[in-house]
Design a protein around this ligand. Structure first.
Ligand code: TXA
Ligand code: MG
Length: 319
């Protein structure tokens, strides 16, 4: 448990009880279809500060606002432009976050002083029930300590944040396992800032001009989160082609699609790219619990959800 833990963390399956804690200015971890989030009332700057403290999150990294119905989007943004309107109609509720100019009323703490805000309506039933009970949109980053893999079950939230947050709303393990697709809708061309389960191909069916944002060196990144180290287990993450040869005497693990020929201390062979994406963060945490030193991760083709999976692998392996 972290040294400065002082809060009693309540575990509950009741969205009503969890919502009462939000109404009293508390912070609550809850399941979504992507990963578990750590929620606070978007209009409560003091509660938002508690999120940054609990996660040890750099304060230049903006949060995503979650809504329980489409009406609430109007409370958060100054305008829903045509691009956003098309994506909302095509996908919401979905593992998709749209970045739009923020409404004046949204406190600066929510967006790390950016003039824009990311908005998403999750499709997980318990998340929606909880959001509806809160009667306000919630800002919610992933419910992990900053830099760690995002939590895909409540036990992973507990491992990182017990004693640091007011409540965990206990639901099932998450369906997708990787964070939402983030799309900047503020310019003429929609830009994918973070790949996720709503794929580039899905978005291009609605707006063909949509493209992936490529951050240039020396340029302020459009998504501040992109510059921080992410998703990292303690073990070294090594992306590996299907035919790789392991030359190492360290304790090692493998995750991928192809049954490996060599010996590993822990192996996860996934049935599909979706299954691989779903299992990755949980596997990272299992490796840390077993003090594995190296994790070999099979590389996959960067299309569909494979793009999001490769993005997380690359980030976890750098630095
Ligand atoms: O699936 C998800 O999106 C999960 C669940 C809980 O909804 N949330 C999540 O939040 O992954 P977080 O805070 O771990 O990641 C938010 C990402 C960061 O990379 C951040 O920089 C970016 O979204 N972001 C948020 N607001 C933004 C904005 N106004 N402009 C650009 N990027 C933004
Ligand atoms: Mg995160």
């Amino acid at each position: 448990m972290p040294e400065n833990s002082s809060v009693q963390t309540i575990l509950t399956k009741s969205p009503i009880k969890a919502a009462q804690i939000i109404k009293r200015g508390g912070i609550v971890a809850f399941p979504t279809e992507t990963v578990y989030g750590l929620g606070a009332n978007v209009f409560d700057a003091r509660a938002i500060e508690k999120i940054f403290a609990a996660k040890q999150r750099p304060n230049d990294n903006p949060l995503i606002a979650h809504v329980g119905n489409l009406e609430q989007i109007k409370l958060l943004v100054s305008e829903i432009n045509e691009t956003a309107d098309k994506f909302i109609k095509a996908f919401f509720p979905a593992p998709l976050t749209l970045v739009l100019p923020k409404a004046e009323k949204v406190p600066r703490a929510a967006t790390a002083s950016l003039p824009t805000i990311g908005v998403r309506m999750p499709r997980n039933k318990l998340a929606l029930e909880f959001l509806r009970q809160c009667k306000t949109p919630l800002v919610a980053p992933s419910a992990n300590l900053s830099g760690k893999p995002s939590p895909t079950d409540w036990q992973a939230v507990y491992e990182d944040l017990n004693g640091r947050i007011d409540c965990i709303l206990q639901g099932e393990a998450t369906e997708i396992g990787l964070e939402s697709t983030v799309v900047d809708c503020t310019a003429n061309t929609p830009l994918v800032l973070r790949a996720g389960a709503i794929t580039l191909e899905d978005l291009q069916k609605i707006i063909p001009e949509t493209r992936i944002y490529n951050h240039r060196e020396n340029e302020q990144p459009k998504s501040p989160g992109l510059k921080h180290r992410h998703y990292s287990p303690r073990a070294k993450v090594i992306p590996a082609s299907p035919k790789f040869k392991v030359q190492s005497s360290k304790s090692k693990a493998f995750i991928g699609l192809t049954e490996p020929k060599e010996k590993f201390d822990l192996i996860k062979t996934c049935a599909s790219v979706e299954d691989y994406a779903h299992s990755l963060f949980d596997f990272f945490r299992q490796c840390d619990r077993r003090e594995i030193e190296e994790i070999f991760c099979e590389t996959v083709e960067e299309t569909g959800i494979g793009l999001a999976l490769m993005d997380r692998l690359k980030r976890a392996s750098d630095g």
